[in-house]
Design a protein around this ligand. Structure first.
Ligand SMILES: C/C1=C2N=C(/C=C3N=C(/C(C)=C4\N[C@@](C)([C@@H]5N=C1[C@](C)(CCC(=O)O)[C@H]5CC(=O)O)[C@@](C)(CC(=O)O)[C@@H]4CCC(=O)O)[C@@](C)(CC(=O)O)[C@@H]\3CCC(=O)O)C(C)(C)[C@@H]/2CCC(=O)O
Length: 209
């Protein structure tokens, strides 16, 4: 075998987390936030991401309590929903991503919006007290903020708002951070994505690493 490499999954994780903790500046996070930030950095493979990670006060506790109480996790993309490691979930929580539901495409056409935004209309019956995980679509985050402008709209317990990209990602996350409709976590700027977002969900679902 010409290539030698680490083959023990647990050892790989241990070494990764040790590297992150030695290289990243985690000083401004409390212990719960630090656990989430480390996993987000791990998913991105990018020490330095921590500079852009922001938690509103009480975010981790709100998100964790929601999961412990059996709240569903509402995801904008299948790449997020598929990444949730089910065995970590404290209450066998439902993971919901209606993006590919047959009702979404016609709804999007009617709304004149993306499928990602239209899919959030199917979140409504599940939204009260849920953990929201938006890791791909800026339009989904903007649409959620518009929905939450209505005082009669059910309110999630917490929002992970980490869409990625060049059109609307910066603006939608800035808007979430300004509005703070519920405790939230963002990755400021263009960075973000499904992997980083689901890493935050998986860290929240785990009590300790
Ligand atoms: C404009 C869109 C963006 N997508 C990005 C990055 C990635 N998207 C992937 C994939 C496979 C999917 N993206 C869709 C959500 C699709 N992407 C869009 C939309 C056109 C609009 C969303 C928005 O602007 O808010 C969106 C379609 C829609 O009508 O909502 C997806 C549904 C497209 C599809 O395959 O049908 C699909 C998600 C499938 C799923 O998981 O359920 C990528 C893997 C790219 C690729 O395939 O080449 C990648 C994944 C990034 C990630 O980490 O999640 C952007 C960059 C986010 C971009 C929005 C911003 C921009 O600057 O353009």
């Amino acid at each position: 075998m010409p290539y030698e490499y680490e083959t023990d999954g647990a050892a790989i994780y241990k070494q990764s987390f040790a590297t992150i903790r030695s290289e990243a500046d985690l000083t401004r996070f409390d212990p719960d936030e630090e656990q989430v930030a480390v996993r987000m950095i791990h998913a991105a493979g990018m020490v330095g991401l921590e500079e852009f990670v922001h938690f509103s006060p009480g975010f981790v506790a709100a998100a964790r309590t929601a999961l412990e109480n059996g709240a569903p996790i509402l995801c904008d993309a299948r790449m997020v929903s598929e990444g949730v490691t089910r065995f970590r979930l404290p209450a066998d929580n439902e993971v919901i991503c209606p993006l590919h539901d047959e009702r979404v495409r016609p709804l999007a056409a009617k709304m004149g919006n993306t499928r990602s935004a239209a899919a959030l209309e199917l979140w409504r019956p599940h939204l009260e007290g849920a953990l929201v995980a938006i890791g791909n679509a800026p339009t989904a985050l903007f649409h959620l903020l518009n929905m939450l402008e209505d005082p009669d709209c059910p309110r999630p317990a917490a929002i992970i708002g980490c869409p990625v990209g060049f059109v609307g990602a910066v603006e939608s996350k800035d808007a979430l951070w300004q509005a703070q409709p519920v405790p939230s976590c963002i990755v400021q700027g263009r960075l973000g994505g499904s992997a980083i977002t689901v890493a935050a969900v998986n860290a929240i679902a785990s009590r300790a690493e």
